[in-house]
Design a protein around this ligand. Structure first.
Ligand code: NAD
Ligand code: UD1
Length: 337
């Protein structure tokens, strides 16, 4: 049985990935500093799967503790989710983002080298592409991230590239996620943002459950079919399974690989509101506001490389994403609190 270290394991995507790893019979060691999550997520993962996993509260900035975990558990690979992800906050506190996301990853890589672990799957983001003219986005598009969060992701990608150039026996997979949404079908684990959500679907879900009065639609004058922004939303369960496919196809070899994980289909803000209203039976009140600074009109993936090389493709559509987000939100109006 392969043993995997999952950093950021209590977080939104990390907890769903831990669940899929357990279902695929991996042994899971999760670490997290709990700065943006709760251990409750993993208690629920244990309940859903009826399987156990190990959790340690560890900060990636604490080299000693990190090294202790890696030397105690002889892991075969690392899936590295831990990081800060709020774009607006990264503009206000860039050093916090570079320390946490870049220095945290340097510490992780150093501990991996010490303990002879050479396989890592890294959570990158479509944000590394920045605003681009041509869609769909392919992995070889030039990278032009336009905020400190995005640049911290691009920097980590480059650091991992340099590690591979130093030692080609490493096995590195960079996964660039498009817009992860939804929740596990059980309704027991999902996204539990602190404070008011920044992202569209959790905001809509909180309007539906009555926690927020109305959605602010950021612009209806984009050059898109209905004037609202278009994104490539991907169900978090599909996304998590992409990590398992990456591990299964790459764990025994070596190489440096980059894949987009998206559906390849765009969905507008109005389309998302309609789908949510349909599955929840709730009216989503909204008002049109100005465009949000830094937003692009359209962004969607070309995910053919992941399909060809990993045998992975997203299965779930927008309705299933809304249905599962709504199930989670209505069963847990206050998230894990
Ligand atoms: P999340 O905040 O729910 O999970 C990240 C976890 O990392 C949190 O549990 C947090 O407590 C932990 N963490 C942060 N800094 C840490 C540190 N120094 N040491 C230990 N733990 C630390 O976010 P998520 O949505 O699950 O995102 C997971 C990863 O995927 C992140 O790296 C994020 O940048 C990336 N990503 C997310 C999205 C998205 O929209 N959710 C899109 C693209 C990429
Ligand atoms: C966000 C991140 C981006 C990350 C991406 C994928 C920000 C500013 N950007 O962008 O770095 O790579 O997720 O996870 O957080 N919208 C509204 N009202 C809202 C919220 C959003 O109209 O209250 C619109 C946006 O203008 C956009 C769409 O909904 O057109 C999706 O927004 P969001 O969920 O924030 O995702 P991204 O903009 O893609």
């Amino acid at each position: 049985m392969k043993r995997i270290l999952v950093t950021g394991g209590t977080g939104y995507i990390g907890s769903h990935a831990c669940l899929e790893l357990l279902l695929a019979d991996y042994e899971v060691i999760a670490i997290d500093n709990l700065s943006n999550s709760s251990e409750e997520s993993l208690k629920r993962v244990r309940n859903i799967t009826n399987k156990d996993l190990i959790f340690h509260k560890v900060d990636l900035l604490d080299k000693q503790e990190l090294n202790k975990v890696l030397s105690k558990y002889k892991v075969d690979a690392v899936i590295h989710f831990a990081g800060l992800k709020a774009v607006g906050e990264s503009v206000e506190l860039p050093l916090k983002y570079y320390f946490n996301n870049v220095v945290g990853t340097l510490n992780l890589c150093e501990a991996m080298i010490k303990n002879n672990v050479k396989t890592i799957v890294f959570s990158s983001s479509c944000t590394v592409y920045g605003v681009q003219e041509k869609m769909p986005l392919k992995e070889d598009c030039p990278l032009q991230p336009c905020n400190p969060y995005g640049r911290s992701k691009r920097d980590v990608e480059e650091i991992l590239n340099d590690i591979y150039n130093m030692d080609t026996s490493w096995n590195i997979v960079l996964l660039r996620y498009f817009n992860p949404v939804g929740a596990h079908g059980s309704g027991q684990i999902g996204e539990s943002p602190l404070g008011t959500p920044n992202n569209l679907l959790p905001y809509i879900a909180q309007v539906a459950v009555g926690k927020l009065p109305e959605l602010h639609v950021f612009g209806d004058d984009y050059p898109t079919s209905d004037g609202t922004g278009v994104r490539d939303y991907i169900h978090v369960v599909d996304l998590s399974r992409g990590h398992i496919r990456a591990l299964e196809s790459k764990i025994s070899g070596s190489g440096m690989h980059t894949y987009n994980l998206g559906t390849g289909k765009g969905c507008s803000v109005f389309e998302m509101i309609s789908a949510f209203e349909k599955v929840s039976g709730k009216k989503i009140n909204f008002q049109i506001n100005d465009r949000r600074s830094g937003d692009s009109a359209i962004c969607y993936a070309d995910s053919q490389k992941a399909q060809k090389e990993l045998g992975w493709a997203a299965e779930y559509d927008i309705e299933k994403m809304c249905e599962d987000a709504w199930h989670w939100q209505s069963c847990n109006p206050n998230g894990y609190e």
